[in-house]
Design a protein around this ligand. Sequence first.
Ligand code: NAP
Length: 244
Amino acid sequence: MQEFGGKVALVTGAGSGIGEATARLLFAANAQVMLSDLNLAGVARYIDTLGSEAGSVAHDVSDETQWRRAVDLTVERFGRLDILVNCAGNGLFQSLLDADAAAFDAAVNVNQRGVFLGLKATTEALKATRGCIVNVASVAGLKASPGTFAYTATKFAVRGMTRSAALDLAPFGIRVNAVLPGPIDTPMFRATPIPGFREAIAQATALKRIGLPEEVAKAILFLASDDASYITGAELVVDGGLSA
Ligand code: NAP
């Protein structure tokens, strides 16, 4: 595992699923970690086990003012910011036929605007450390599936923002990459209402199983590590071969 001693990470969506696994692995690799989530109930389940090298902030990623506060609190608490993991996500799946404007806006506000605001809010702090950003997109951003209209649109957008930001931030030594998870066993995945979905998508992967949050977290840590020093604007697909 990579070593993150002396590095400070801000992880959104850290109260659940992939964000929680990422925060735990970063902490285990000696990073100082600020755990951000919409409400802190999920973070409260485990933050006490991490000790004083972890902090928390209640933070709606669709709100620009709350982003400024989250970044300020991180730098006040730990003195710097090296890594942003944009992991918070809205997994409301609806077809174009069912989606109304409010549901579309909710997906865009979290999955797309939330990533944009995170890129903006952390730029100055990351310039100071020549840090990096990992955005959590999805294989839904590679290929559409029925019944996921807004989610698919936002995940295609995350891929575009990742590439564009990588070009704009490279002059400052800031790398920006994305992971594209396939089916991962988290509360968001388990909430999918389609009967038989879990078994069907597991069989559609080459490896014939659902992935674990830790398997995505390890890819995030690689992209955030110095081992990925020449990687920017890239996408790492973590889907058990679903899209192969
Ligand atoms: P999860 O377990 O539901 O975690 C998502 C977290 O984001 C939750 O803690 C949620 O808080 C938080 N969140 C939602 N809206 C937020 C907001 N406005 N501000 C701040 N935090 C907010 O889901 P997950 O599967 O780990 O998903 C993490 C990321 O992976 C998402 O971007 C998702 O799209 C992506 N992804 C997941 C899969 C999969 O199969 N699981 C596949 C591809 C991509 P609440 O619980 O309080 O709402």
